[in-house]
Design a protein around this ligand. Structure first.
Ligand code: SAH
Length: 258
């Protein structure tokens, strides 16, 4: 049943961290919104573009500490849309990649509330660019997969590390910081070479980005010694070597100039 005078909910990707990595459309919607519900990973600078009358609602979830339960977020979206508001549901990266945007859309659809997805640059794409690691590279990687490293991705949906170890060239693993030792073990157990390069990209695309590079053999100890923290992305595959090639080539060029 469609609501009369219903507003609309835009389920919007805010991009991976750097506030400039947002779409023109997302920025316009932020400027026009009556209500903005935003997540923890959204760069708060983006909220400064809101209209002066806009209501801001922090749905931020730190790992293990949910400030607003998913059900309550969904109810809030429905309520404001029914009041006729233009609602922006702002999420880090892309709303449909480990972002629960589709769960929220299902709830809105059930209530007959108009909604629209607005894509964002997902953190794997953002972190790959900002660390100089291509997810595909001619001759090195013809495929990549976005994978969750978290164990709590819902019942019956275990990640098939056995297939990923061989079937995909580059793995971009989200939510994997605390699970790094077990992810590494699974891949090694399924025959991935210990010499496979791995990069850990912390706070990718932001001014405080850190990149840690190792191999499957040593990456778990490097993560501990370097005190890796969230949010961070794990990239596994031969493409990680391209970063070193780029850095070497740049240094060489600079030494010729200098
Ligand atoms: N919808 C988001 C992902 C949400 S899941 C997206 O499309 O990017 C949260 C995970 O995303 C984090 O645990 C981390 O693995 C990754 N992540 C988010 N922002 C990041 C950043 N700036 N740098 C590295 N990883 C990031």
């Amino acid at each position: 049943m469609r609501q009369r005078n219903a507003g609309k909910v835009y389920i919007v990707g805010a991009g991976p961290g750097d506030p400039e990595l947002i779409t023109v459309k997302a920025m316009r919607l932020i400027q026009q919104a009556d209500v903005i519900l935003y997540d923890r990973l959204v760069n708060k600078e983006l909220l400064e573009y809101r209209a002066s009358h806009a209501i801001l609602i922090d749905c931020g979830k730190a790992p293990g500490a949910h400030t607003m339960p998913q059900e309550q977020i969904q109810k809030t979206l429905v309520r404001y849309a029914q009041e006729g508001c233009q609602v922006v549901r702002l999420k880090g990266g892309d709303p449909l990649i480990f972002g629960r945007g589709s769960e929220e859309a299902l709830e809105l659809a059930e209530w007959g509330i108009p909604y629209e997805f607005v894509p964002g640059i997902t953190s794997a794409i953002g972190a790959a660019s900002s660390s100089g690691i291509p997810l595909t590279h001619r001759g090195l990687a013809a495929s990549f997969a976005c994978v969750t490293g978290s164990r709590c991705h819902g019942p019956g949906k275990d990640v098939r590390w056995d297939l990923l170890a061989h079937g995909v060239d580059t793995l971009a693993i989200y939510m994997g910081v605390s699970e790094l030792p077990s992810i590494r073990e699974e891949l090694l157990r399924h025959g991935k070479a210990a010499s496979t390069p791995v990069a850990l990209i912390e706070r990718g695309t932001t001014a405080s980005q850190r990149v840690i590079v190792g191999t499957l053999a040593d990456i778990h100890t490097l993560a501990v010694s370097m005190k890796l923290s969230n949010p961070a992305l794990i990239i596994i595959g031969e493409v990680v070597r391209v970063r070193e090639q780029l850095l070497r080539a740049e240094q060489h060029a600079l030494s010729l100039i200098g």
